[in-house]
Design a protein around this ligand. Sequence first.
Ligand code: RIB
Length: 307
Amino acid sequence: MTLPQKPIVNLGIFVADAAFRAPRMPRMGETILGNGFHLGPGGKGSNQAVASAMAGGRSHLITRLGDDDFAAMARDIWARAGVQPEVTVDGESFTGAAMIFLEAETGNNAIIVTPGAASRITPADVEARRALIESAAIFITQLEQPIPAAQRGLEIARAAGVTTILNPAPAAPLPDAMLALCDYITPNESEAEALTGLPVTTIDEAKTAAAALLAKGVGAVVITLGGQGALYHDRNQTLHCPALSAGKVIDTTGAGDAFNGGFAVALSEGMPIARALRFATATAGISVTRQGTAGAMPTRAEIEAML
Ligand code: RIB
C-alpha cells in the first residue's frame, strides 16, 4: 500500500514579474532601448511552490493577494501547476510586482520587488494554517514577506518535527534564534556573504561560510553557486554538486527558486542528500534554458530525463 504523500508547505509571496532585456542597466536620468519584454508570474515563494508542484510534490502556498488582475495571474499559474493556494485576500492592498533587468548577453538579472499585499502577511496568517504546517513533510519560506511571519512558520514546523528549509532571500540580518529553527538554509553566494560577513566566490570560501552558519545553529547549509553548482555542508560531511547544463542559458531569474522547489520535493521523498542535490540542480539547470520564472519550471518527467 502506498502511503499518502505529505504536503510541502511554502510561505511566501506572489508578484507579477515585468522583465526587460537590455544590453546594460540605464544610468540614473538616462533612457535606453531594450530588446525584449516578458510579463509573467513570479515571487520567490510562489515560484518555489510551482517548482515543487511541477516536480511532483503536493505543494501548498500560504500568501496574501490583492483583489486585482495580478491576483488572477497568480491563480492561473497555480491551477496550471497544481499548487494548492492558502490565500488571504487583502482588498485594502494590491498584488505586488517585480521589475527585472535581464542582461542580454549573459541572461543575468537584477531585481526590484514590491510585495504589495504580501508585505502585510502576519504571524496570525501563519497561525491560521497551523494544522496544515503540522501535517507537512517540509515547511519552506523565504524573506520577501515579513520576517516575524517566517519565524512563526518555522517555530510551528519545528515544534511538530516537520523538516524546515529557509531560503534567506533577499538577504537580511537574522537572529540566531531563527537560524537555529532551520534544518536547511539555502543562500546564494551574496546571501551567504551577507549572513556571515565572509567572502563567497570559491567553493573553499563557500565551505568556510557554511561552517560559520552551522556554528549559528543551522542543521545543514546548501550554498547555491550559479555556474559552480551547489555546496552542501553539515556536521558530518561536505558535498559539492556541479551545475548541470540543459542547453543555452536564456534567463537565470528564478534559478534559485527552481533549486529550492526541487530540493523540497527530493527531501519530502526521502532521497539521500547527494541525489537530492542533483535533483535540485537539474531542476535549476532546466529552468535557466527558458524565459521567465514560474513559467520556466520543469516537469518531473523532464527532471528525470535529465538525471
Ligand atoms: O527569485 C526570482 C524572483 O524574485 C522573481 O520572480 C521576482 O519576483 C523576485 O521575487
